[in-house]
Design a protein around this ligand. Sequence first.
Ligand code: ARG
Length: 466
Amino acid sequence: MSTASKEKKLWGGRFSGDTAPLVERYTCSVGFDSRLCAQDIDGSKAHASMLAEQGIITPSDCEAIHQGLEQIRAEIKAGTFVWRQDLEDVHMNIEHRLTELVGTPGQKLHTGRSRNDQVALDFRLFVAACLDEWADNLKALVDTLVQRAKEHQGVLLPGCTHFQPAQPVSLAQHLLAYAQMFRRDHDRVRDALKRVRVSPLGAAALAGTTHPLDPAQVAETLGLGGTFANSMDAVSDRDFVLEAVFCGSLVMMHLSRLCEEIIIWANPQFGFVRLPDAYSTGSSIMPQKKNPDVAELMRGKTGRVYGDLVGLLTLMKGLPLAYNRDMQEDKEPFLDTHDTVSPSLAIMAGMLSELGFNAERMRRALKAGFLNATELADYLAAKGVPFRQAHHITGAAVAFAEERGIGLEDMNIEDLRRFSADIGEDVFTVLDYDNAVARRHVPGGTGPDSVGAQISELASWLSEKV
Ligand code: ARG
């Protein structure tokens, strides 16, 4: 980035002295807001078209502005554009270059506009593009989860409460729980987009403008859903960034929970999953190790996104109307969130699609954890034994089996009947793990018919356009 030049600032009419070099560096944002260059160009082109349409500038001025802005886009793409720190931000860098390229028409571009509504527009366009990307990535992740669930409908593992083995569930049911979380995240992002995609252009500095602008035309050109209702709100509202970062925080929280499971399942004492080579690393000292670094990092990065959210909330809490320069600090937290959320979603989808599930180890864990104990208690209750008594009887049978290192289903009928005369041969059907899962028909339950229904419902949601 260039720091040379001692020419007057774009806003320097009333100034005679230079900005202190340390202040120039302190106030400069082009190091990060240059990422909004495409949106700045799009917004300026739409503004110029509207100015021409309203007879505020001539069609040839507008043509020159459009051509100049497209040349700037090409220069940025080619890496030949010189970003200057003394020009503060993306807006003034581009406007300055435009005037260099096309002369007077470039100086007319800012008519009826302030950087306050300009930056709000650019940022809204940028956040909208990012949220579109998140929504696509979320759909792809749900798709992967549904695929993996489809393949593993018959695989059972211990479902936990308090992270203690509780009842058998199908692996599909477990994976589909995450599919539901990410589906809600998708819908939340799409809903937030309605409020992001509003054009603030025309609010100018804070009070609107005396030029006969047509804000609705700018919104339409940019494909936005509408225009601002109040100029002071338009230039000082950052709810759209906050909502986006909140959506990102929930996405990361869900990803982090899934990471936690993958880390635990990959521990050889569980052995439920085999990590794909492409998504794990080794140890520089312990040759036997295969570490779940990717999942760990994702769990760790969740914290920084929460930090972005809290930082933004704190940034905004004391600001009087309307624009305050504090708000320049809104870009980096969002950029950080975007740079975390978007690849995390893509990486999780890739890792899940290659994760190897060990059905055998999962089934062994069912037996060790007495996951059919509830079935025995329910069986006795169905035979008329009061549930509290059934619970005690089953507990005693579990202790008996545990002492012998066997499962309830491995006890012989005589031993079982020592605990209750109500137990008959039919108990072995009930103690069967597959039956325990299959009998849970309740909609949304882990039974195969419910899991099948969840899969087809999600598949039809996935085939919807947005
Ligand atoms: N770089 C500034 C920002 O991100 C642009 C708006 C500056 N407006 C102003 N009145 N100084 O907030």
